[in-house]
Ligand binder design. Structure first.
Ligand SMILES: [Zn+2]
Ligand SMILES: [Zn+2]
Ligand SMILES: [Zn+2]
Length: 278
């Protein structure tokens, strides 16, 4: 199973689109791993998590063939995860010789609303290459060789945002963003499941700024607590690859600074384009 972090910033990007704060100025000067785009990930070559506003640049940067994608799982309808207007470019005069005839987009009711507005604007020929699958928390979805379990995230009140457990050929990952500290019921579900994760990716938007347990994102301290809880539950062990991601400029997420912060906890810091073999 191959996992690629395509975008590792919070909604504003890093450096942020319109910002001149010191952290953003440092990122502009240093570039490299310090430049972060909006959240998205690719599993193998055919399962996309989220369709962020930076999808096109992710394809260019990582030399991706997005016509090979069969499944798209959207976490929630915030614009940095759900900006699907480019789906209208898949087919007709806009794309030739595509590998996959049909793409299934998965998401909650908020995502479906957004999908339908994009679908409305599609040429009828292009519409035929899509289907939408409405998904619900705790209900396992089969997508080819993948098994995906959406779990409720602590992130929005207007819809049920999802964090995902994704299994493929005996390997399992926990994609845990966007969310605040996961609900007790989610930890209980994972404990009861007996799942062992090969990889975990955690929402670390707030970095080392103060953050309550009831907040809708996490800081580093809460990420460390999630890891402790998963370890106590038996969901992870010393072999599990642990990552923090989805950083806001307000947390000054320069790569070197973050690596120093998380190395003592055995956690790695994701950056755009990072590929993980699981
Ligand atoms: Zn986000
Ligand atoms: Zn800034
Ligand atoms: Zn969000």
């Amino acid at each position: 199973m191959k996992f690629r972090f395509l975008g590792t910033a919070a909604a504003e990007g890093f450096p942020a689109v319109f910002c001149r704060c010191q952290a953003c100025e440092d990122a502009r000067r240093l570039r490299g791993k310090n430049v972060r785009t909006r959240a998205q990930a690719l599993i193998n070559d055919d399962l996309l998590i989220d369709f962020s506003s930076d999808t096109y640049s992710h394809a260019l940067q990582n030399r991706l063939r997005l016509d090979e994608v069969k499944y798209i799982f959207i976490t929630h309808s915030h614009m940095d995860h759900c900006a699907m207007i480019d789906l209208q470019m898949r087919g007709g005069a806009f794309a030739h010789d595509m590998q996959e005839p049909l793409v299934t987009v998965h998401g909650n009711e908020g995502v479906q609303k957004h999908y339908e507005s994009v679908y409305e604007g599609m040429h009828p020929l292009i519409r035929a290459s899509y289907q939408f699958q409405s998904i619900k928390a705790y209900e396992t979805v089969k997508a080819g060789d993948y098994e995906v379990i959406p779990l409720p995230a602590r992130h929005m009140s207007t819809e049920t945002p999802f964090i995902y457990v994704i299994e493929y050929q005996g390997k399992r990952i926990f994609y845990c963003l966007d969310t605040g500290y996961p609900y007790e019921e989610v930890f209980a579900f994972l404990k009861a499941s007996g799942y062992r994760f090969d990889m975990v990716a955690l929402d670390c938007t707030i970095v080392d700024n103060p953050c309550k347990e009831t907040a809708t994102h996490m800081n580093g301290e809460l990420c460390v607590r999630v890891v402790e809880q998963l370890r106590e539950n038996g969901n992870i062990d010393d072999e599990t690859k642990l990552f923090v991601t989805h950083f806001s400029h307000n947390g000054n997420p320069l790569q070197e600074r973050l690596e120093t912060m998380f190395a003592p906890h055995g956690m790695a810091v994701a950056y755009d384009g990072l590929e993980v073999e699981i």
